[in-house]
Unconditional design. Structure first.
Length: 232
């Protein structure tokens, strides 16, 4: 009997430009009924590693049976790509050129998913979604404008690729705003990868409520101010 689980595979923590600690992101995911989570800090697996350590050492977190996927949002020279792995690949040293990333993920038992590919405001890779062979495409990003998400969904459907919906939360409260439903055989990370590669997934597109949108905008303003004055 297949099991349906909700996944958010694109979130950020203090290990890149997010507001929350990995613990805050995990708790927020659990509160929203997310059973599969990845922390995808920019150009580092550090947030994911911290989350794995927390889950391993915290009895309460472990009891929730959260399936955690190790992740990293890599800024390639052409735009952002989510790298999702079955286990920590051993370093943050992921190549920055798309053909090399695709070789790297297959050598490291990971998958590569263009993040918000048509978002011209946030480093989407654009039509390179059609030029290279990806495992899936982020077809809905809760921070992207509808037109950009629509173009990503159209590309995935034309290419016959699985589509993911993710929050891209930089503030813990936004985790799980958008999510993907996975149909799996059992509650393991391996089953999640299998369901994704077999396209047993359904993107559930939701934008944040006005209250959450204000939180996101306020974090993004504070983040920019901190770059000018770290004491803010
Ligand atoms: Zn992101």
């Amino acid at each position: 009997m297949p099991i349906r689980v909700k996944a958010d595979l694109h979130t950020h923590t203090i290990y890149s430009d997010g507001e929350g600690e990995p613990r805050d992101v995990i708790i927020s995911a659990l509160n929203r009924g997310i059973s599969v989570l990845s922390i995808t800090d920019h150009d580092t697996f550090k947030g994911s590693l911290k989350a794995l350590e927390l889950i391993r050492n915290d009895e309460k977190l472990r009891r929730n049976n959260l399936i955690f996927i190790v992740g990293n949002e890599v800024r390639t020279v052409n735009g952002d790509v989510l790298v999702l792995c079955r286990e920590y690949p051993g370093s943050d040293d992921v190549p920055r050129l798309i053909p090399e990333i695709l070789d790297w993920v297959s050598e490291n038992n990971c998958i590569a998913v263009p993040a918000h590919p048509y978002d011209i405001l946030r480093h989407g890779i654009g039509d390179r979604v059609r030029k290279y062979k990806w495992h899936a495409i982020e077809v809905f990003n809760a921070g992207a404008l509808p037109i950009f998400n629509w173009r990503a969904a159209r590309a995935a459907s034309e290419l016959g690729l699985p589509g993911l919906a993710n929050s891209d939360a930089h503030v813990p409260e936004l985790v799980g705003v958008a999510y993907t439903v996975f149909e799996v055989e059992d509650l393991t990370a391996e089953s999640i990868f299998k369901a994704l590669l077999n396209n047993n997934v359904k993107a559930v597109a939701h934008y944040p409520s006005p209250g959450l949108l204000i939180k996101r905008i306020s974090w993004s303003v504070r983040r920019r101010l901190r770059r000018i004055n770290p004491a803010v």
